[in-house]
Design a protein around this ligand. Structure first.
Ligand SMILES: Cc1ncc(COP(=O)(O)O)c(C=O)c1O
Length: 268
């Protein structure tokens, strides 16, 4: 869409994976890419951006600090800001997960979806997809219970959910090896929380120890080297079963959102 709309320079603050994707697409589209990432972003994310021709700036801070730099400089630099939920099309991309899920299940949806939440585009996008599919008559009004999964050391959405708040306060000293979940303040916090609540779902945190251990467990059982973000959903599911929030007979879908190969530092 950026190309269709005549954009020539794109900029993004990123925890890592959005930057890699944007750099690659920008290269294919003949656009200049300007990327701002925390200086402790996994090396694979930084290397892939540089090797696909992007201008990479490493920032001593979090994605929120990177976002401030893009916001301050974009006008003077002529950058189009691709920040999470500051333009409409990233959600349109991620919503395809909702369509693919329904398609693969024969035009129905599961009872529960666990999804690792950073900025929220995946969860918000899928929620939008379900409404669109219902409007088109492809599915009925039933919705999965949407579960937002975060790391205990960066869990603003979980904290707001538990406190009954519609907006989430910034999470202080946010840190997790699941770098995609290291979003201390999400601009679309209320959209995530609204969707989770409307679905009858919940928000739940797991520790970094639990999510790293889950990578090995999923790998050994399934032959899938999952990203720590996706793996976090397994211990989250176990906790929900313990709490009685997921029951025998529920059909549950866990989304793995990346590859463990990009997080080798987490396994050292
Ligand atoms: C691997 C991975 N999983 C999950 C997320 C969470 O993204 P969102 O909440 O925007 O869908 C990210 C975001 O950077 C990510 O890189």
């Amino acid at each position: 869409m950026a190309k269709e709309l005549g954009v020539s320079k794109v900029a993004v603050p990123s925890a890592g994976n959005a930057a890699g994707a944007m750099a690659a697409y920008a290269a294919r589209a003949g656009m200049e890419a300007f990327i701002f990432m925390p200086d402790d972003t996994p090396a694979a994310n930084v290397i892939e951006c540089r090797q696909t021709g992007a201008n990479v700036t490493l920032v001593n801070g979090l994605i929120t600090d990177c976002g401030k730099i893009v916001a301050e400089r974009k006008e003077a630099e002529g950058w189009f800001d691709v920040s999470t939920l500051k333009e409409p099309y990233r959600v349109e991309g991620k919503k395809t997960m909702g369509y693919e899920l329904a398609e693969q299940l024969g035009w129905r949806l599961p009872d529960v979806i666990l999804y690792p939440t950073g900025g929220g585009t995946g969860l918000i996008g899928m929620w939008k997809a379900f409404d669109e599919m219902e409007a088109m008559g492809w599915i009925g009004p039933a919705r999965p219970r949407m579960v937002s999964v975060q790391s205990a050391t960066c869990a603003p959405i979980v904290r707001a959910f538990e406190a009954g708040e519609r907006f989430a306060d910034e999470f202080e000293n946010a840190a997790t090896v699941a770098s995609g979940l290291r979003v201390p303040k999400a601009i679309g916090d209320f959209l995530i929380l609204d969707a989770v609540r409307a679905s009858g779902g919940t928000a739940i945190a797991v520790t970094d120890e639990e999510l790293v251990a889950a990578v090995g467990e999923i790998g050994a059982a399934e032959g899938i080297f999952a990203a720590p973000e996706g793996a976090a959903c397994l211990p989250a599911l176990r906790k929900l079963i313990e709490r009685g929030e997921v029951r025998e007979g529920d059909e549950v879908v866990i989304f793995n959102t990346g590859s463990g190969v990009k997080y080798l530092e987490a396994f050292e």
